[in-house]
Design a binder for this molecule. Structure first.
Ligand code: MAN
Ligand code: CA
Length: 226
């Protein structure tokens, strides 16, 4: 290809062609049928269209993202979520104050109430239910250790009253992690020992099965929603 300055023309030398018509055909295929400047790459136009459409799509997507973000974080929306948060926070505060004032102890997302009088297992459970709680469900080593701190014999929310030998927590879940004292549970001397007390609190494994009609202190648990 030679650019001729004087004549302001582009002269393209495509090779030796026998006649003028063959030369014209070759030239047309080089510069494009409509005379527009085209790249020499086959399908170049298509590539350009695809690239331009892709860019337009990207711009559209970005615009959509920005407008959505603006809409969602509008002052009204922020106000509403802040209001919800503070309302929830206030309820939580009132709840916590209530339990603390009634002498409950907070430990690992639950409140616990330790009775100062003794009752049967069922009456103990009813007392917890009346307080909006239930007998304690022990589901971790930490919670088990927590119960031992009180150094008292207390009912917990575990029983096999429904089916002998099938231990269930008061929320209906089966027993998975247990802390039975050596030799327990034993239905001692053929007695019907269907309710569980923390008895041997100086031992990591402190549980004992006893007759549900015995009278014991008890420990209620109220799980706090996070
Ligand atoms: C008492 C009761 C029983 C327990 C035995 C252990 O009799 O608490 O439940 O198994 O002591 O010696
Ligand atoms: Ca026993």
């Amino acid at each position: 290809m030679v650019y001729d300055k004087d004549e302001s023309e582009i002269t393209i030398e495509i090779g030796n062609f026998p006649d003028a018509s063959a030369r014209s055909v070759a030239l047309k295929s080089y510069i494009g049928e409509d005379g527009e400047a085209a790249t020499a790459v086959p399908g170049g136009k298509l590539h350009r269209y695809v690239a331009v459409s892709f860019c337009l799509l990207c711009i559209l997507q970005a615009a959509l993202n920005i407008s959505l973000r603006l809409a969602l974080s509008s002052p009204q929306n922020i106000d509403a979520s802040c209001k919800n948060l503070t309302e929830r926070d206030n309820l939580r505060r009132i709840n916590f104050a209530h339990y603390f004032n009634q002498g409950w102890v907070y430990f690992h997302d639950s409140f616990y109430y330790i009775s100062s009088i003794k009752k049967t297992w069922q009456d103990s459970r009813d007392d917890c239910l009346q307080r909006g709680a239930d007998l304690i469900i022990i589901n971790s080593k930490e919670e088990q250790e927590f119960t031992r701190r009180y150094k008292k014999i207390m009912w917990i929310g575990l029983t096999d009253r429904e089916t002998e030998g099938v231990w269930k927590w008061v929320d209906g879940t089966p027993l998975t992690t247990s802390f039975w004292y050596f030799g327990e549970p034993n239905n001692y001397h053929g007695r019907n020992e269907d309710c569980i007390e923390i008895k041997y609190h100086d031992n990591g494994n402190s549980w004992n099965d006893v007759v549900c009609e015995n009278e014991n202190l008890w420990i209620c648990e109220k799980k706090m929603a996070l």
